[in-house]
Design a protein around this ligand. Structure first.
Ligand code: CP3
Length: 343
């Protein structure tokens, strides 16, 4: 049993005294203790060394006491395990030197034995569970197949992911084969993460909002839904699509336990589009954490009142930015813990 089960209760839609809170990308670059580790070890060494990954995972918890931890790792460990080289370049981001542009290159992509190739992730989960000592749940995650394809084809980050879209629209057969390979790998990977100790999983569709509503269904949502269907009896699944408010209605008909909302969609609209029944997570504008702490607290209280305290998980609308002052991150978490519902 987990001592603080607010997060798991919210995922089940149960009544809570206050909503749970965590922050996307909470294990990372705004924390001085994270920077200290980053100065000594490169990115994938941090991911692949269970003592480092588990330590980084609990750093924000020690400081701010969120209601859930998220494993320090990256969505790009999946293409790496699929035989696609991935580098993380300092001050640049992900770099894939051999991007995929043809059927032949898709044929060379493997669906790996995730137990073997990603064993370091499960070891990191076990080490983290020890550190967490059953205090709070641990979230595992993966990128959506579409978001992973974006990096595999583009070879790096992009504002538009036009090359990824071009590949899908000019070579849909190969694109769908690649998406299916990523989906199969991700399902096996997330199942192992749950077996290793994760209490819930989140799928990050960071670039879903690049697609039109019709293309979203074809190139992203159908694959996310396969993952949800494969995991739903094992663990709660949270689906977060950045910029995907247009798909919320369709998403709400799935077996996801919760849907992530970004800051461009109002609570009212998100509740309306999802029929008012499914748990929602979000959606504080990450840049608004630059406001003074007193203002942050006021806005967080207002956000909870708008979403409602039940069937709701307080979070940002996307990852925390590296330039957020510590006291501002603290104000965000504290505001939720101090929240008192108006009956
Ligand atoms: O706290 C947590 O959320 C856990 C850790 C986590 C990381 N990446 C660590 C990381 C998570 C959940 C991710 C997911 C991820 N990675 C996403 C989806 C979420 C989102 O932000 O949309 C994406 C698109 C990636 C790919 C990625 N990894 C990029 C674009 C970058 C470089 C830009 C950046 O955000 O710094 C990374 C590197 C990365 N992953 C860092 C961290 C802490 C920073 C680099 C470093 O530590 O050296």
């Amino acid at each position: 049993m987990i001592n603080n089960d607010l997060f798991l209760k919210a995922l089940k839609g149960e009544t809570v005294e206050r909503p749970p809170v965590w922050m996307m990308r909470q294990a990372g670059r705004y924390l001085p203790e994270f920077i200290a580790i980053r100065e000594k070890y490169d990115f994938f060494t941090r991911c692949k060394t269970p003592e480092l990954a588990s330590e980084i995972t609990v750093q924000p918890i020690r400081r701010f006491g969120m209601d859930a931890a998220i494993l320090f790792s990256d969505i790009l460990v999946i293409p790496q395990a699929m035989n696609i080289e991935v580098q993380m370049k300092p001050n640049f981001g992900p770099y894939l030197p051999n991007p995929i542009h043809s059927q032949k290159e898709v044929d060379n992509v493997i669906v790996p034995d995730v137990k073997q190739e990603l064993d370091y992730v499960y070891q990191a989960i076990k080490a983290t569970k020890e550190l967490l000592n059953n205090e709070i749940p641990l979230i595992g995650f993966a990128g959506s197949p579409w978001t992973i394809l974006c990096y595999c084809v583009e070879g790096q980050g992009s504002k538009t992911f036009n090359k990824a879209k071009e590949f899908c629209f000019t070579n849909p057969v190969a694109a769908h084969q690649l998406l299916q390979k990523i989906t199969d790998t991700t399902i096996a990977y997330l199942k192992e993460k749950v077996l290793a100790g994760c209490n819930a999983v989140q799928i990050f569709d960071s670039w879903g909002g690049m697609l039109s509503p019709t293309d979203y269904q074809e190139f992203s949502w159908q694959y996310i839904n396969q993952i949800i269907e494969a995991l739903k009896d094992l663990t709660p699944v949270i689906a977060f699509g950045k910029g995907c408010w247009f798909a919320l209605h369709e998403m709400s008909k799935s077996n996801a336990s919760a849907l992530g909302i970004d800051w461009t969609c109002t609570a009212r609209n998100a509740r309306y589009l999802t029929g008012g029944n499914i748990t929602l997570q979000g959606n504080f504008d990450p840049s608004r954490l630059l406001s003074p702490p007193s203002e942050i607290k006021k806005m967080v209280r207002q956000m909870i009142d708008e979403f409602g305290k039940d069937k709701y998980i307080v979070n940002l609308g996307h990852g925390i930015l590296p330039n957020i002052p510590l006291e501002n991150a603290k104000a965000f978490v504290d505001a939720v813990k101090e929240y008192e519902p108006v009956y």
